[in-house]
Design a protein around this ligand. Structure first.
Ligand code: FE2
Length: 293
């Protein structure tokens, strides 16, 4: 199966969003992938409904997506806790198929041609990355400096703490993962906005301040645990969010688990194509970017 992915399009930051997205989707469609996946940060929730989301999500007949942190944004006086913002903002995406329909969604998975099962989540920082835990930067939800390190708290109500938001999300995702691995499919495809496996994100050991905002460790460990129980399945994990910190190549995280973080940046439209029939070292089979000149 051919799977095309993109992420972090941040469409309101494009200079000519309608024209650029149309040309970008022409490139994606020419790849004749079976599935097109969008891994979050489609835009800024601040913009509300934007017709250009329909270009990104409505061209390929089988389009799956997950939301990113920017998709949860709301105006300062209207900001909501993550689970409420998720519910409110999801309705701005009127086409395409979300792989996560609520913060406590225990149902949604999608199988394609009995070959691949797709499961996804925004992911949300859980502060469990061992390098975080081993560092002096012990997470404390009451410490305002954690919130000061990212602009998210300006647009999402995080006063109750990041981790309190994360726990129910992880629990629901674990239920969907279990359901996905139980399907009679030879491939499990895991889409997250935040990285969940080490190879998806390069972290700078000399600059720990931003690390908590870059990772959900627990979700990745659950994928690895289930992959060990199902050694005959191949597991593909795709993530975005970290832009230039994403490695942009496939890493093998276990005998049957392959991870990829899509390296991209603001104002860029970039996609990668994967072939689940091809060896992992041949993937992605294509990486391409819209040339704006
Ligand atoms: Fe993001």
């Amino acid at each position: 199966m051919k799977i095309a992915i993109t992420t972090d399009c941040h469409i309101q930051m494009l200079r000519h969003p309608e024209a650029e997205l149309s040309r970008f989707m022409d490139l994606v469609l020419a790849e004749k992938a079976d599935v097109f996946c969008v891994l979050g940060d489609l835009g800024d929730g601040l913009a509300g409904y934007d017709p250009n989301y329909q270009i990104l999500l409505g061209k390929h007949p089988t389009t799956f997506f997950v939301l990113g942190n920017h998709d949860l944004y709301r105006q300062r006086g209207m900001k909501l806790p993550p689970h409420e913002s998720f519910a409110f903002n999801l309705k701005h995406f009127a086409v395409g198929t979300p792989l996560e329909n609520s913060w406590n969604d225990i149902e949604t998975i999608h199988t394609i041609a009995d070959d691949c099962v797709f499961v996804g989540s925004i992911g949300w920082p859980d502060f469990e990355h061992p390098l975080i835990c081993d560092s002096k930067l012990h997470y404390d939800s009451s410490v305002d400096s954690w919130n000061a390190a990212t602009i998210d708290p300006q647009y999402i109500d995080l006063t109750r703490g990041w981790l309190q938001s994360t726990l129910p999300l992880q629990e629901a995702f674990a239920s969907r993962l279990t359901k996905a691995f139980a399907q009679p499919c030879s491939n499990v495809v895991v889409l997250t906005h935040y990285p969940i496996l080490p190879g998806q994100c390069v972290l700078d050991p000399d600059d720990l301040t931003m690390w908590p905002y870059f990772f959900n460790w627990t979700m990745g460990q659950e994928v690895l645990r289930l992959a060990r129980i199902h050694p005959a399945k191949r597991v593909w994990c795709f993530a975005g969010h970290s832009h230039d910190y994403c490695l942009g190549k496939v890493t093998q995280e276990a005998p049957n688990v392959f991870a990829y973080g899509h390296n991209t940046g603001y104002g860029r439209l970039r996609y990668a194509v994967f072939d689940t029939q091809a060896p992992s070292e041949s993937n992605p089979t294509t990486i391409n970017e819209l040339d704006k000149h």
